[in-house]
Ligand binder design. Structure first.
Ligand SMILES: NC(=O)c1ccc[n+]([C@@H]2O[C@H](COP(=O)([O-])OP(=O)(O)OC[C@H]3O[C@@H](n4cnc5c(N)ncnc54)[C@H](OP(=O)(O)O)[C@@H]3O)[C@@H](O)[C@H]2O)c1
Length: 206
């Protein structure tokens, strides 16, 4: 199997661990400083990945941009968009106009999600060495459950939403003996929000 890319998972959550409101809206949980930080970190990744749930709910551009909407890095250096899942990308989706698409990648890379380790390996064979995962909670939970995550970037807003839309779902952990421990490697205040970076000591498939 090809070398797996480094997997960086990012999410924004409220203080009570919610990634969206009950109606599915999630823009914007965090403020401008946190969002600018996300864009800078996107620019460092070779690929940017979302599930079809997020693609259909949010219609994200998946580009690294300045707060004014300009590209943060040239088109050729933008992370290549990757969409996981079986549902079709709507014809007007913003991601279809992604600046990284061209001769090498005419369309967003599609992955089935049936075997995430194999999916990531297929990105590895394309020469993609790092993947910035932008959600949503189902894909993030599946990656965590499979032990495929290297680093978590969790942006925390001082806000509460309550309700059912948790940032992370079932990880298949029934008891404390199965707890997935991490190490905090960085904490930072970004305007009113916090960024916590945690590294996973449990990347199992390698
Ligand atoms: N706060 C944040 O940082 C943040 C970030 C992103 C999204 N969101 C919010 O989260 C919501 C969407 O997230 P979501 O969790 O519903 O969708 P998601 O994780 O983006 O996508 C889930 C879909 O991916 C496909 N899939 C394929 N393989 C999978 C696998 N192994 N594991 C999980 N899913 C797989 C399935 O769709 P198919 O049927 O097409 O195969 C599944 O329904 C929206 O409300 C959005 O606004 C919040």
């Amino acid at each position: 199997m090809a070398k797996l890319p480094r997997v960086i998972v990012k999410w924004a959550q409220t203080l009570d661990g919610r990634a969206a409101a009950a109606d599915g809206s999630s823009q914007w949980i965090t403020g401008p400083a946190a969002r600018a930080d996300v864009h800078r970190r996107r620019a460092d990744a070779a690929a940017i990945l979302v599930g079809t749930g997020t693609l259909l709910a949010d219609d994200p551009s998946l580009t690294a941009r300045t707060p004014e909407g300009e590209l943060l890095v040239p088109a050729a250096e933008q992370p290549v968009p990757v969409v996981v899942g079986s549902r079709a990308i709507p014809s007007g989706a913003r991601v279809l106009a992604h600046p990284a698409l061209g001769e090498r990648f005419p369309e967003p890379i599609r992955l089935s999600g049936n075997d995430l380790a194999a999916d990531l390996a297929s990105l590895g064979t394309l020469g993609i060495e790092s993947v910035f995962v932008e959600g949503g909670p189902h894909i993030v939970s599946s990656l965590l459950r499979a032990g495929l995550v290297d680093e978590l970037l969790v942006y925390i807003a001082p806000a509460l939403l309550g309700g059912p839309r948790l940032a992370v779902g079932d990880l298949g952990i029934a008891s404390m003996t199965g707890i997935h421990r991490l190490e905090f490697t960085h904490t930072e205040q970004l305007g009113p929000d916090l960024l916590i970076i945690a590294s996973s000591a449990q990347k199992e498939i390698r």
